[in-house]
Every structure is written in structure tokens, then in C-alpha cells.
Design a protein around this ligand. Structure first.
Ligand SMILES: Cc1ncc(COP(=O)(O)O)c(C=O)c1O
Length: 423
């Protein structure tokens, strides 16, 4: 979706320099075609290839109302992790039965909301959550369809903050206490027990930890069958498929999905049992590369014999990932997109933190005040992690498609920021 023409960067057919002029900067820009093509890839290798499979897009990656609508239009389900994400989905008209609810400390009111709306699945995480769900269902005369998120105890290679499947994690129910929870769920008249969920980590390029987790699931399914005579109805394999930020080699979704499906299908065929539904929950791999952020270059500070700092009009407030987990990005001067990259610079933000660096070392064309700088692959966990630190305003979001653009989130105004403050 990224192209250059006449020394200018184009994104899904739109001139990014014109977008910066029209809407101002910083600005998040998303290619709708890119998002749609990611869902199409999953349809081809997963939901249309195997029956009783679903994709529940992980809203945490990027989820304004327009994204909720796009996810629904593409025929996908959604995974939410808070009352706010749940409310967004409902407000966007997302069918409640296509919403799944994760989270390691769901609040009572959030669970009440979910049960009231009649959402599709609650993924129970924690030893007291089942009791709370039962209590709410009893009071409301409802039943809840649930899975348990387990900690499979597998290691995966990624930044420590996004590795979630190892034993020492705040996420998931440990395997040594899961059977009591399962028994409780099977016995409860308010609970419709579907199965097991795991999510081993994020930004992964090796399918090994997913495959190890599948083995643990199959063993657990066998124990549940032997002990309670219960066949699981569903397995949720989580997300975590890696994307290209700088020079990583993105693997096709089938690299992760195909071997897991092969193992699951073969296992159930051999056992003569109906295979459970299979669900995946990708977030990053759907939207990361579909988003870029446009900035305007301001101050340029050349420290003799040390380095050149090129400051832009945003920073850690619109993209916390470099400061939070040393995430790396690349970018280009959008109005000098075809010029020779002659300088090595550090792209810094405008916040009052020395750690507010967006790109540590990057080769770019000669930078000047007023140039438009584009950072690539900012579509996941950028806008959703944005903050008002230093009372910087959160930028707007524009969707582009085949040369047309539309605003889907207005840029925050100073008054928006002060809306809830009382003098
Ligand atoms: C339970 C769960 N599912 C899905 C995801 C999405 O992961 P990713 O964005 O890496 O695909 C996460 C991310 O943290 C998660 O915790």
C-alpha cells in the first residue's frame, strides 16, 4: 500500500503530504485495503478452509468505532478486554454474540454489562471470576458461555512485557488448579462451559510456542474427558503473529495456523471425537502495517561529533512503544521520499522525557523544518496506547482507501482534554 511518486510518499493511493496539509499533524493514517487484505488472508487459510472456526480480532490493537464496523463488515468476531472496548463494539452495532471478553481482572460492572448484552464468550481468567459470573447470571436469570484462559507454561521469544504464556505471568489459570475450575463450570446450571483459551505472547516469528501450547491443550482435553466424561466444544489459540516494523521477515498467517490445525484435526480424527471449534485472536498482525503516522519536523539539533536530533511534533504520547519496550521503527521524509538518504539522525518527540525517542538511528534525506516525516507500521498499539502526557492532544485518525480519505477520529481539542476537569 506504500508507494512513492514524484518524490512523495503515497499510502493506499493517497498523497501523504496532502493529507498532512489537509488534516494537520501528528496524524494516524490507516489503509482500509491493507486491513481487509489481512482478514482475507485469514479467511483463505483458516475460516473458509476449516469449518467451525472464527477470528476474534483483538480490539486492544486498534479499535475506534470505524474499526469496529470494518471488523464486522469483514465478517469477523471481536475480542475485547474492558467495559470501554465492549461499549465501543456495541455502539458500533457489533452483534453481541460475536463479542468475546478477555481480561485478567474484569470488574463486576464489566461482567454485568457483558452478561446483560448477552455476548458470545467470556474467557475466564482468575480463580474467583467464575463465582462472580455465576452470581450475576443467577440474579439476571441468564447463562454465560465461557472458556478458561490457562497459562500453558511455555516460553516464547519476544520482549518480556509481551510474553504471556510462561508460568510466572499475571495472565491465565495455572494448569495445576484448572481441573477444579472445570468441574465447577461443568456442574453449574448458569454456565455453558465451552473450552480452553491460551495466548502465548505477541510479536512472535516462531510457531514453536503455539505448537507446544496445542500439545498442552490436547493433554488437558484428554484429562477432562477421562475425569468428567466431557468433550470440549472450543479451543482458542490466541494471537501473537509477528509483523514487520523494520526488517523483520513477516511470516504468512498459515505458518502459525496450518500446523496447529493439522495437529488438532488429526488428533480428533484419530480419537473419533468431534473436533472442538477453533478460534484465533490476532490484533497486531491485522493492523500494524496498515497504519502510518505523519509528523512535521520542527527543531533540528546537530551536536558536533555526536549526533543530529530531528524533533517531530508528536512522540511518546502518540507512540509509547519505543519508550516502553524499545520497539524499533523506520520512516521516511514523505516530501523527499525518493531522495538519497545522506544523513543518520535520531528522531525525537516533543515530550519532556529524554526517553521520548521514536527512532534511535535512521538514514534519511537531508531534513529541514516543515518536512513531513512518516513512520511506518504504527497501526497497532499506537493510537490505543496514546496519552495526554504534557497535555499534548491525541491526534486524529484518517482512513484511506484507493485514493480517498475520511476522518474516523477527530483530533482531540484542548477543550476535549479539559472536559472532565473542574475548576
Ligand atoms: C488474550 C489475548 N489475545 C490476543 C492478543 C493479541 O495479540 P497480538 O496483537 O500480538 O496478535 C493479546 C495481546 O496481548 C491477548 O492478551
Amino acid at each position: 500500500m506504500i508507494k512513492t511518486k514524484n518524490n512523495t510518499l503515497f499510502f493506499d493511493g493517497c498523497d501523504t503530504v496532502e493529507l498532512a496539509k489537509k488534516y494537520g499533524t501528528p496524524l494516524y493514517v490507516y489503509s482500509e485495503n491493507d486491513i481487509i487484505s489481512r482478514f482475507d488472508e485469514l479467511k483463505e487459510c483458516f475460516t473458509e478452509k476449516y469449518e467451525r472456526t472464527r477470528v476474534a480480532y483483538a480490539a486492544k490493537a486498534f479499535f475506534p468505532l470505524a474499526m469496529a464496523k470494518l471488523v464486522d463488515d469483514c465478517g469477523m468476531c471481536v475480542d475485547v478486554v474492558s467495559g470501554g472496548e465492549l461499549y465501543t463494539a456495541i455502539k458500533a452495532g457489533f452483534p453481541a454474540e460475536k463479542i468475546e471478553f478477555n481480561g485478567n481482572n474484569k470488574q463486576y460492572e464489566e461482567l454485568e454489562m457483558a452478561i446483560e448484552y448477552g455476548i458470545g464468550r467470556i474467557i475466564v481468567d482468575g480463580l474467583t471470576e467464575l463465582d462472580i459470573i455465576e452470581e450475576i447470571c443467577k440474579e439476571k436469570g441468564k447463562t454465560a458461555k465461557i472458556l478458561f484462559r490457562v497459562t500453558p507454561g511455555v516460553q516464547s521469544t519476544s520482549h518480556d512485557y509481551i510474553v504471556t504464556g510462561k508460568k510466572d505471568s499475571k495472565f491465565g489459570i495455572p494448569l495445576d488448579v484448572i481441573m477444579e475450575q472445570v468441574k465447577k463450570a461443568i456442574d453449574s446450571e448458569y454456565i455453558d462451559f465451552y473450552g480452553i483459551h491460551f495466548h502465548v505472547g505477541s510479536q512472535l516469528f516462531d510457531n514453536d510456542s503455539h505448537l507446544q501450547a496445542v500439545e498442552i491443550f490436547l493433554k488437558l482435553a484428554e484429562n477432562i474427558k477421562n475425569e468428567f466424561g466431557y468433550d470440549l466444544k472450543e479451543i482458542n489459540l490466541g494471537g501473537g503473529f509477528g509483523v514487520k516494523y523494520v526488517d523483520e521477515e513477516r511470516k504468512p498467517a498459515s505458518y502459525f495456523i496450518e500446523p496447529m490445525m493439522e495437529r488438532i484435526v488429526n488428533y480428533y480424527e484419530a480419537a473419533g471425537i468431534t473436533r472442538p471449534n477453533v478460534v484465533i485472536e490476532p490484533g497486531r498482525s491485522i493492523v500494524a502495517e496498515a497504519g502510518i503516522t505523519l509528523y512535521t519536523i520542527g527543531q533540528i539539533k546537530d551536536i558536533k561529533d555526536i549526533r543530529k536530533y530531528v524533533s517531530v511534533d508528536g512522540g511518546m504520547t502518540d507512540n509509547i512503544r519505543p519508550a516502553l519496550y524499545q520497539a524499533e521503527y523506520t520512516g521516511v521524509i514523505a516530501n523527499k521520499a525518493e531522495e538519497e538518504k545522506t544523513e543518520t539522525v535520531r528522531i525525537s518527540g516533543k515530550c519532556c522525557e529524554s526517553g521520548d525517542i521514536l527512532i534511535r538511528d535512521l538514514q534519511i534525506a537531508h531534513p529541514e523544518r516543515g518536512d513531513i516525516f512518516a513512520i511506518f507500521s504504527t497501526g497497532a498499539y499506537g493510537y490505543t496506547m496514546a496519552s495526554n502526557y504534557n497535555k499534548n492532544r491525541i491526534p486524529g485518525v484518517v482512513f484511506v482507501k484507493d485514493g480517498a480519505d475520511r476522518v474516523v477520529v477527530k483530533p482531540q481539542s484542548y477543550d476535549d482534554m479539559l472536559m472532565n476537569e473542574i475548576l
